[in-house]
Design a protein around this ligand. Structure first.
Ligand SMILES: NC(=O)c1ccc[n+]([C@@H]2O[C@H](COP(=O)([O-])OP(=O)(O)OC[C@H]3O[C@@H](n4cnc5c(N)ncnc54)[C@H](OP(=O)(O)O)[C@@H]3O)[C@@H](O)[C@H]2O)c1
Length: 335
């Protein structure tokens, strides 16, 4: 059993904690909490051991009625690997991890340079095997890497251009809304997203642009790819055969990100989470030597299976497909 500790219990941390608890080869040793809010009480209800970063925070949590198991150091001592799911505080936290000698997974809000590799399971699993520090990339980068790698392997991508329409914030975050605007993010083009994808697919010729819109459900990406073999049927087969990519048909009613989230709720996924990239089948089109498609990314969920596979890679499971299959099965993914 791999013993896992989680530092941060927000949007991603809570999901990764639940996913770890579903793995037959992992044990959740506890989470670190700072604020005595409803999330801490819910963790307590789930019997998840709660740790505090320091003694003053421990007293604050305890006086709010939260049972605290110990301090961060105690959690580190009990864990084989720590998942840093902080709001981009990984670099700051690294000094503590260094001292503890811990293996650590960081998240996409951090720079690539924080780890020895950046990670998307179906693209570069091998690069994380046995490593001490690895970064699971952002939700947008994970989706782009899964789809672009699949299509590059199948059709050969000469040039790709992606426009990212990003959700303004997560559903539980009221601090950034309401807004009534479409925000170029950034105005100065291109956006940084292409550089991040190149941490996974270094040879891909990709340019990205991004805007933020007033929705909380999902991101939507519009992709244009100049390909060596412009064959929409072959692109569809490749996407159908790839793990963690689902095809949604507009003619069946999947007309918007909201209906894709509704699908995830209807099939009984926890929190209505969609771990897969959702590609609209009818959007896959070829014109001249360009291939086009639209995809949706559930930002809260897509990196959860990546964190689980990354734990396995870093703690000794060298077989990518064995890990991906086990993660998919435990999280209820059909492919
Ligand atoms: N949200 C997304 O859509 C998304 C998608 C993919 C990747 N990511 C990446 O995942 C990481 C976490 O994002 P998130 O959205 O889960 O953040 P979040 O919801 O804001 O949660 C952050 C958590 O970190 C805790 N925290 C605060 N300061 C900390 C510190 N110094 N060290 C450790 N933990 C600390 C907070 O604790 P308290 O609640 O106890 O105060 C909170 O539980 C970021 O790198 C982000 O870029 C986010």
């Amino acid at each position: 059993m791999v013993r896992v500790g989680i530092n941060g219990y927000g949007t991603i941390g809570r999901r990764v904690a639940d996913a770890v608890r579903l793995q037959p080869d992992m044990e959740l040793m506890g989470i670190v909490k700072r604020t005595p809010d409803y999330r801490a009480f819910l963790a307590m209800q789930k019997a998840i051991p709660i740790f505090a970063p320091d003694n003053p925070t421990k007293s604050k949590l305890e006086s709010a009625g939260i049972k605290v198991e110990g301090l961060l150091d105690d959690l580190f001592a009990r864990s084989d690997i720590i998942i840093d799911v902080s709001p981009e505080k990984g670099e700051e936290n690294k000094a503590v991890y260094e001292k503890a000698g811990a293996k650590v997974i960081f998240q996409g809000g951090e720079e690539h340079s924080i780890g020895e590799a950046s990670f998307v399971a179906q693209c570069n699993y091998d690069q994380a095997v046995g490593k001490r520090y690895v970064r699971v990339v952002s939700c947008n980068t994970t989706a782009l890497a899964r789809v672009l790698k699949t299509l590059d392997d199948s059709l050969g991508i000469e040039k790709a251009i992606a426009t990212l329409v990003r959700r303004a914030t997560d559903p539980d975050d009221s601090s950034k809304g309401p807004i009534d605007s479409v925000v170029p993010d950034p105005v100065e083009l291109p956006s940084h997203h292409a550089d991040d994808v190149k941490t996974i697919l270094p040879n891909l010729n990709l340019t990205t642009m991004a805007v933020k819109v007033p929705t909380t459900h999902m991101h939507l990406h519009a992709l244009a790819m100049k390909v060596k073999e412009p064959d929409a049927g072959k692109a569809l087969s490749a996407l159908l055969g790839a793990p963690r990519i689902l095809l949604f048909e507009s003619k069946k009613g999947y007309k918007a990100t909201s209906s894709i989230i509704d699908y995830a709720r209807e099939i009984g996924r926890p929190r209505g989470d969609l771990y897969e990239v959702g590609v609209w089948k009818e959007s896959i089109k070829v014109e001249d030597d360009w291939l086009y498609l639209l995809l949706g990314v559930h930002q809260e969920a897509i990196v959860v299976p990546e964190n689980i596979d990354c734990i396995r890679a870093m703690t000794g499971e060298a077989d990518a497909s064995r890990s991906i299959q086990m993660t998919n099965k435990t999280l209820g993914m059909m492919k």
